[in-house]
Write a protein that binds this ligand. Structure first.
Ligand SMILES: Cc1cc2nc3c(=O)[nH]c(=O)nc-3n(C[C@H](O)[C@H](O)[C@H](O)COP(=O)(O)O)c2cc1C
Length: 114
């Protein structure tokens, strides 16, 4: 049932109630946003966080986890929501995570942080 609710929220691009966060993004030069892919879109909690805070974001990096596909579609929608392009994005599939086959991708991603 929860799966269906989450899928519907993602498809309909809904915002939901989320708790306030402890860290204020306006105090940071870099924000790293992460979400599972839901129905080839970003999750509703991340959508809500972005809607609330995007005016305070400076540089944004992104990581997705996905079963197998959908992140390519999600990033297009995400960039539209943010109003800016994301130059760096890490996408990991469930298989890559389960088999610990993500180190090279992760290292490349982390080069953008240091
Ligand atoms: C509602 C829902 C929709 C999903 N839609 C997709 C999808 O479109 N493409 C995909 O590859 N995985 C999809 N998944 C799988 C999740 O992306 C995957 O389980 C998740 O990234 C793994 O992280 P987790 O352990 O936090 O769930 C979906 C999962 C849920 C719950």
């Amino acid at each position: 049932m929860q799966y269906l609710i989450c899928g519907k929220e993602a498809i309909q691009e809904k915002t939901i109630d989320i708790e306030n966060t402890s860290y204020d993004p306006k105090n940071y030069d870099l924000i790293i946003l992460g979400t599972p892919i839901w129905a080839a879109n970003i999750s509703s909690p991340l959508r809500t966080y972005i809607e609330k805070n995007k005016s305070d974001f400076k540089k944004v990096l992104m990581f997705f986890t996905q079963g197998s596909s959908g992140a390519d579609k999600a990033i297009v929608k995400l960039q539209k929501l943010l109003g800016k392009n994301i130059s760096t994005c890490l996408t990991l599939t469930s298989k890559e995570v389960a088999k610990s086959q993500y180190q090279n991708k992760l290292d490349d991603f982390l080069k953008n942080i240091v």
